[in-house]
Ligand binder design. Structure first.
Ligand code: CUO
Length: 655
């Protein structure tokens, strides 16, 4: 990743060297080309011949400097990433793709290169079995404080392989408890959480060739995955005795809370600019990034979207009306609001969510007079660290909720509290791949994250009909609001976070369903979030390697259960069995990595549940329902549970 080094990739302790045609060598290395070959060739474990092909012009793609930071939210970066993805997708064979990638690697901005090649490897038919290195290993600087990275380098330079000890990342590195938002830093800065968000946007890009963007219900999934982020964040806030996140919808007012990420970009050799207290977003005019947009535009887009929601129709570019229907409307709105290239009218409804990220990311230097780059909000890899992310997405979610208010209500169909335990856990992740040092060999960082005791659901179902199938849907929400009062259902419904969803076979009469917490359809195991190391990589050609790259998308399992409190946070565990005939999608979902479908879907398949995402909490309650108890129908049950946090730290057993 160091832009001053020629192309090589480490293979264990050894290197693999590409034998490249002389005219592939970047101009600035041409005069030393042959010596470079010799130097790297001698250390090589393997030499890979690179075929000479006629190369397409990289044109505008080269206008983004190799030292710049890269953001998909910036329209110009989006445009050139679309071009580079097109080039990689258009290569006729793997050999041609390899040639193109080797040629581009020394010329193109490294973040741009990594993103576009990852998207192409994910989507090309002939690269389905290939591995993409964990993003965390390739770009540790996007996840880890720069001071830790310099300690890692020091350890690697001084201490021989085998005697190195993990460098511990303190849990409190970005702020002190004088800042009350800091109580949630453990969650916002969780490495697994940020990896999930990066993967989600990699799997569901909002621009690029149409076969990449056009995925089943992608607009609705944008709404649902981010709605769940806000619901989970709010749950965590109540556990930390903070009120629900305040929507950031008044864009002319200053933002009181600040954020200092402490991240440095290794490539750009610049710090991510901090966001100081009480700044206000301003009209943007940054020629270099080709960003010129006023706050008024953002307001215009918002007003047009509200008009569409309340009229029940959106207008496409030709002026034709498209109805926002009960089930498909949310999908269209998701594409309009995000926005993606599936938006039926981008010139009119604009690009509200993405541009919001950009306004906030450039709040410190709106006209580029200080030559500063974007803050963490400008990049999906880092955005979830900043408290403003949640305030912004709460405002976006409110637009979706206003639409949901217009839909028909779901009709009525007719112990001692359980305890969930949470605690801290420390885990080690190897950083070797993304950092250059000699001698090679692993260096670990040790970070602290939330964890919960594994548990089992025991669900008794009395089936009064004949043998049939059902979908079991499990959610959890806090029992009380920030004042300690019971909720109105109207407010509590948006607080429910999905824990699991699965199909059950029911016999006539009494049935007992037993389900383990680690089987959740929301999460992926820790090892897959980090995919740490070659050791966990399945062998070439096996089924397990299929879809390996898609497999990184999934809520990190260690964040399944909110933190709770030492006193115990009273919560409502909700279980529902819905009629499978109304949920069923006819398709074969027996494919690898189909186990985190709730927030990520299944690769190349339809979303595996015909219901609206978030069902049955995605809509306002029917008339006369003001509490959760009144909402329940005979196929639903609520079990009071307590989430108890114990302030102890356990070390993860190394596998
Ligand atoms: Cu995931 Cu705003 O969409 O970051």
């Amino acid at each position: 990743q160091n832009p001053t080094e020629p192309a090589y990739v480490p293979k264990g302790d050894k290197k693999v060297v590409f034998d490249i045609p002389t005219d592939y060598i970047a101009d600035r290395y041409k005069h030393v080309g042959v010596q470079l070959f010799d130097r790297f060739g001698e250390e090589a474990a393997e030499r890979i011949p690179v075929k000479q092909i006629s190369l397409p012009r990289l044109g505008d793609i080269l206008k983004l400097s190799r030292q710049a930071n890269f953001s998909l939210f910036i329209p110009f970066h989006r445009k050139i990433s679309g071009q580079l993805i097109d080039i990689f997708m258009g290569m006729r064979s793997i050999d041609d793709l390899q040639s193109m990638a080797v040629y581009a690697r020394d010329r193109v901005n490294p973040y741009l290169f990594n993103y576009c090649l990852s998207v192409a490897l994910l989507h090309r038919k002939d690269t389905q079995g290939l591995d993409i290195p964990s993003f965390m290993e390739s770009f540790p600087d996007k996840f880890i404080d720069s001071q830790i990275l310099s300690q890692v380098r020091e350890e690697a330079n001084i201490v021989p392989t085998g005697s190195r000890t993990p460098i511990e990342i303190p849990i409190d590195f970005t702020a002190s408890n004088l800042e009350e938002e800091h109580r949630l830093a453990f969650w916002r800065e969780d490495i697994g959480l940020n990896l999930h968000h990066w993967h989600w946007h990699l799997v569901y890009p909002f621009n690029g060739p149409s076969q990449i963007v056009n995925k089943n219900r992608r607009g609705e999934l944008f709404y649902y995955m981010h709605q769940q982020v806000i619901a989970r964040y709010n749950f965590e806030r109540l556990c930390a005795f903070l009120k629900r996140v305040t929507r950031y919808c008044e864009w002319r007012k200053p933002i009181p809370e600040a954020y200092f990420s402490k991240l440095d970009s290794l490539i750009a050799s610049r710090s991510y600019p901090p966001r100081v207290a009480n700044q206000t977003i301003q009209d943007l005019s940054r020629e270099q990034d080709q960003v010129k947009v006023d706050v008024t535009r953002l307001e215009q887009w918002r007003d047009r979207i509200f008009t569409a929601i309340h009229s029940g129709n959106v207008q496409d570019e030709a002026g034709k009306m498209i109805p926002l229907t009960e089930f498909e409307g949310i999908d269209i709105l998701g594409d309009i609001i995000e926005s993606s290239t599936k938006s039926p009218n981008r010139p009119f409804y604009g690009d509200i969510h993405n541009m919001g990220h950009i306004f906030l990311a450039y709040i410190h230097d709106p006209d580029h007079r200080h030559l500063e780059t974007f803050g963490v909000m400008g990049d999906s890899t880092t955005a979830m660290r900043d408290p403003i992310f949640y305030r912004w997405h709460a405002c976006i979610d409110d637009i979706f909720q206003q639409f949901k208010e217009t839909l028909p209500r779901y009709p009525s169909q007719g112990g001692s509290p359980n305890v969930l335990s949470t605690f801290w856990q420390q885990s080690d992740v190897n950083l070797t791949r993304g950092m250059d040092f000699q001698p090679r060999g692993p260096v670990f960082v040790r970070f602290t994250h939330l964890q919960h005791q594994p548990f089992t659901y025991n669900i008794s179902v009395n089936n009064t009909g004949g043998a049939r199938q059902g979908t079991c849907r499990i959610f959890i929400a806090p029992a009380n609001d920030e004042r300690g009062n019971p909720w109105l259902f109207r407010d509590q419904r948006t607080m429910f976070v999905e824990l699991d969803k699965f199909t059950v076979n029911l016999q006539q009469g009494q049935n007992t369903i037993v389900r383990r917490s680690d089987q959740s359809s929301v999460t992926i195991p820790f090892e897959r979030t980090f995919r740490n190391l070659e050791a966990n990589r399945p062998a070439e050609g096996t089924d397990a390697l299929e879809q390996f790259n898609f497999c990184g998308c999934g809520w990190p399992h260690h964040l399944l259960i909110p933190k709770g409190t030492p006193e115990g946070t009273a919560s409502h565990l909700f279980v529902m069995i819905s009629n499978y005939n109304d949920d069923r999608i006819e398709q074969d979902t027996n494919v690898p990595c189909n186990d985190a479908s709730s927030y990520c879907g299944i690769k190349d398949k339809l979303y595996p549940d015909r219901r609206s995402m978030g069902y049955p909490f995605d809509r306002a309650p029917r008339d006369g329902v003001s509490t959760l108890q009144q909402f329940l129908t005979p196929n639903m049950r609520v079990q009071p549970v307590t989430i108890r946090f114990t302030n102890r730290t356990l070390r993860r057993q190394q596998t």
